[in-house]
Each structure stands twice: as C-alpha cells, then as structure tokens.
Design a binder for this molecule. Structure first.
Ligand SMILES: NC(=O)c1ccc[n+]([C@@H]2O[C@H](COP(=O)([O-])OP(=O)(O)OC[C@H]3O[C@@H](n4cnc5c(N)ncnc54)[C@H](O)[C@@H]3O)[C@@H](O)[C@H]2O)c1
Length: 267
C-alpha cells in the first residue's frame, strides 16, 4: 500500500461491481478511506471479479484499508443527499467523489428503444452524475483546501460513447454525452473554489455490463478490431486513471475528459 491519498475520503457510486469496485480498491490502496455505495453490497452476477462473493468494502478491509458500505440509488435525490451526509458524519469531510454508477439496456436503434429505456438510462447515467456532483460540491465548498491540493475532486465515469457515436446505443450515448459536457461546465464554475472536475471515458472493458458482447465471438472480434491496442481494457486500467485524477499529481487538470480506450477514439 502506498500513500498518495493518505487521509483523503472518497465516495464511489456503483462500487459493488466492475469499474466501481476496481476504483474503490485502487483508491483504498493509496490510503483513502472509501464509502462504497451501490444498490446492494454484492457484485452483479455476470461480472468477472475474481473474488466476486466478497463485497468491495470487505475486500478493502481485508487488505488493511478503511471502507464502509452505504446503500444509495445514485438516481434518487434523497439517497444521494444522505450518502454525502453519511460520509461527512463518518469521516468528517469528502475529498473525492467518483460518480461511476451506470446502466446499459442493450443494443437497439432509436426505433426499437423504448421511452422507459431512455428515461431509465438518463436517470442513472446523466441525472445520477448531476446529483452526485451537486451534493458533493455542496459539501466541498464548505471545506478548507487540503495542503498541496484543493477543496475536492469530482471524477465522473463517462464513456467513449460520450465522445463518438456507438452503433445501436442511442440513450447510452446521449447520457454519456451529457456527462462529458457537464464535466466541462462544472470545472468552469468551481475552479475558483479549487474543486477539480474531470471525467474518464473508457472503451470496452470486461464487466457484467458488456458480458453479452464478449460472449458473442463476432461482437468481441469487432470490438477488438476497432481497438488499435492489442487487447481490450480492464477495470484496473480505468482505476489507475481515476487514481491519478484523485491525486495531487493532477492538481491543475480540470474540465478534462480522459480517454482510457486503447486509441478507439483516436482514429
Ligand atoms: N464496461 C464497459 O465497457 C464500460 C465502458 C465505458 C464506460 N463504462 C461505465 O463504467 C461505469 C461502471 O460500469 P461497469 O462496466 O462497471 O458496469 P457493471 O454493470 O459491472 O457495474 C455497475 C454497478 O453500478 C451499480 N448501479 C447500477 N445502477 C445504480 C444506481 N441507480 N445506483 C447505484 N448503483 C447503481 C450496479 O449495481 C453495479 O454494481 C458505468 O458508468 C458505465 O457506463 C463501462
């Protein structure tokens, strides 16, 4: 365990599975205390986590880190407000808010996508990030800046689908496009208060969310051929980028949407 984030406090939404779990583990490995938040503490059944039966907060504690679990629906105002309040009462402050919780309802064009699928996707992926940012920033502006850093850091998990169109993912791309530009907008409003707001835009990674893609040989081959780097990404690739954006090494980086995609969007 190293200590780039020693004494810092982080919330990770969607922390029970996939990217959120890898992010929570990576921030904890750098010394941060983590409030792991999700709809339930156990990972989604379709995930690739090696220790899938151990909830994230327990895995962190087993490695000697500090973590708690707090149940919250990232798309519900009261839940998010309570999540931040609980963090402050447990740890005294909130340094790092990772808005990671997200959903994907499968491949279909707009003619086949239902209004319910659109509302569900936008509520979790776009409104959830808006809510997480709102209540985190409300707390962060009341805090004194930390030595060598600022008042707090927001890190949103967007997607390459927020930067380019992905076939058959209309609502998902719309929701991630909203996250990408909300990230830039908030960075401008809260730079004077020393609050960094950045996003990570991952390419395709092996998590429960995309298991159906990876199990279908043609789809997997297509994803691999669209990704110039000779392998697909992992949640750990995303977690390393988030750890950098959470640390004082990125003190003057704000308003950025960092691709972690093996050059998928570089073409
Ligand atoms: N897997 C990929 O290829 C990929 C690529 C780009 C971006 N992303 C993004 O990464 C983030 C994490 O996705 P993942 O791949 O780890 O997916 P996942 O499905 O493996 O995990 C998502 C987690 O979020 C939780 N969650 C869902 N709705 C929630 C809600 N309303 N409130 C709280 N928690 C909720 C789930 O319970 C689950 O634990 C998402 O924002 C996703 O869009 C994933």
């Amino acid at each position: 365990m190293t200590n780039k984030l020693q004494g810092r406090v982080a919330i990770v939404t969607g922390a029970s599975s996939g990217n959120g779990r890898a992010i929570a583990l990576a921030l904890a490995a750098q010394g941060a205390s983590i409030l792991c938040s999700d709809l339930k503490p156990t990972a989604l059944a379709g995930g690739y986590e090696v220790d899938i039966d151990t909830p994230t907060h327990e895995a962190i504690r087993k490695s000697g880190g500090k973590a708690e679990y707090f149940q919250a629906d990232a798309s519900k105002t009261q839940d998010v407000e309570r999540l931040v309040a609980n963090c402050v009462s447990a740890y005294g402050r909130l340094d790092i808010m990772v808005n990671n919780a997200g959903v994907f309802t499968g491949l279909h064009n707009i003619l086949d996508e239902t209004e319910d699928q659109y509302d569900f996707t936008m509520n979790v992926n776009a409104k959830g990030v808006w809510l997480g940012s709102k209540y985190a920033i409300k707390q962060m502006v009341t805090q004194e800046p930390v030595e060598g850093g600022g008042r707090g850091r927001i890190i949103n998990i967007a997607s390459i689908g927020g930067l380019v169109g992905l076939a058959l993912e209309p609502a998902y791309c719309a929701s991630k496009g909203a996250v990408v530009n909300l990230t830039r907008q908030l960075a401008i409003d809260f730079a004077p208060q020393l609050i960094n707001v950045n996003a990570v835009c991952p390419g395709f990674l092996a998590t429960a969310m995309v298991r159906s893609f990876l199990e279908d040989k043609d789809t997997k081959d297509a994803l691999e051929s669209l990704t110039p780097w000779p392998r697909l990404g992992t949640p750990e690739d995303v977690a390393k980028a988030v750890t950098f954006l959470a640390s004082d090494d990125s003190a003057w980086i704000t308003g950025s949407n960092l691709t972690v995609d093996g050059a998928f969007t570089a073409r």
